[in-house]
Design a protein around this ligand. Structure first.
Ligand code: NAD
Length: 331
């Protein structure tokens, strides 16, 4: 049995808890940072509850520390967990600053700890499909693509931490990174990029646009979290290959062939959770897939290679460059 210590039990911590319930051979034995008394019912009675993440890391007898804390707390807790000899699942973004990137990598090198970052888009079925058909060059090269991720103003977070750039890094670290990281996974580092940002009344980036330039492809991104409260979260993409174009939006996942014809793409064996935690995310598939992969890897004594710490750090560094190019997170 792999014993899990879950640190942070807000929006993402509760998602992870649902996933572990469906992964045989795992058990959450300790939790820190419950928001409500009712959370105790969700996690069950035989779980030790700690007030803070650091107390859990110091005292709990666990194999894995799963960190679902506000982003500004990632590095301190991941470093403590690595030093304690634990395997670490660290929510995205791995961290916020260049110094934190260096500290995380240095600690991993010193301790030899296994760390996977929660870049779940690398495990999300429709995005995985794009990676697979591209790697096989089934429809030729990628010519162009757009990736979009839009949300209403996030209002649920602990002490409103998402709205403090020193704590969240803005919509760039929090939302744009999902798609930018996936495109890095698909095509590697861009040769160059251009970016622009709309800002809120406090001067914080709230709506971000950028384009990555590759030798033969242009990829554009849109990420925002400034839409009115009734707007339901959406994430979509359109990828044009030489021989076909694939579109994913809402319930539509479709391929249009050059020369004519189109059809729905039907994915087999996608994971459907028994519990839907909302957020307009109909299936917990990506979350389940990434955690299942991590657990399978550590069960087999292997290192996770799809979203290791080194990759999470590279994506953060790219976000920092993009933010710098538009004049900073706040002006
Ligand atoms: N992969 C994804 O799709 C995705 C989606 C949302 C959030 N996230 C990431 O997950 C992380 C958490 O985001 P969230 O939306 O769940 O935030 P949240 O505010 O809903 O939850 C944070 C939790 O941490 C707890 N906490 C705060 N300080 C603590 C401490 N010192 N010790 C223990 N617990 C403490 C709070 O009580 C709260 O329960 C962020 O890094 C965010 O970027 C990832």
């Amino acid at each position: 049995m792999i014993k899990i210590g879950l640190v942070g039990f807000g929006f993402m911590g509760s998602m992870h808890a649902v996933c572990y319930k469906e992964i045989p051979g795992t058990k959450i034995v300790a939790v820190a940072g419950l928001k409500n008394e009712s959370d105790r019912e969700v996690i069950g009675e035989d779980v030790t509850v700690y007030e803070t993440g650091m107390e859990l890391i110091e005292n709990a007898d666990v194999d894995v520390i799963d960190i679902c804390l506000p982003t500004f707390l990632h590095t301190s807790h991941a470093v403590a967990a690595m030093k304690k000899g634990r395997k670490v699942f660290l929510e995205k973004p791995a961290c916020l600053t260049k110094e934190e990137c260096e500290l995380l990598l240095k600690t991993q090198q010193e301790t030899g700890a296994t760390v996977q970052v929660g870049h779940l888009i690398r495990f999300w079925d429709e995005y995985k499909y794009i990676k697979e058909v591209y790697d096989e060059r089934k429809y030729g090269e990628i010519v162009s693509a757009t990736f979009r991720r839009r949300s209403a103003h996030p209002a649920w977070t602990f002490n409103n931490w998402l709205h403090d750039p020193a704590k969240s890094g803005t919509v760039v670290h929090d939302m744009h990174i999902h798609d930018a990281d996936f495109v890095r996974y698909l095509l590697g580092e861009p040769d160059k990029f251009t970016a622009s940002a709309a800002r809120d009344e406090h001067g914080l980036i709230s709506h971000f646009f950028s384009t990555f330039y590759y030798k033969n492809a242009r990829i554009s991104f849109e990420a925002c979290w400034d839409f009115p409260e009734d707007f339901a979260f959406d994430a979509s993409f359109c990828v044009k290959f030489e021989k076909a174009t694939i579109i994913f939006e809402a319930d539509k996942f479709k391929i249009y062939y050059e020369g004519g014809g189109c059809e729905d793409i039907v994915l087999e064996n996608t994971f459907k959770a028994k519990t839907d935690l909302g957020g307009n995310i109909s299936s917990l598939g990506g979350y389940y897939n990434e955690i299942k992969y991590f657990i399978d890897k550590i069960s087999n004594g292997e290192e996770p290679v799809v979203a290791p710490l080194s990759e999470g750090v590279k994506s953060v560094l790219l976000m920092l460059d993009e933010i710098e190019s538009v004049g900073g997170a706040k002006i």
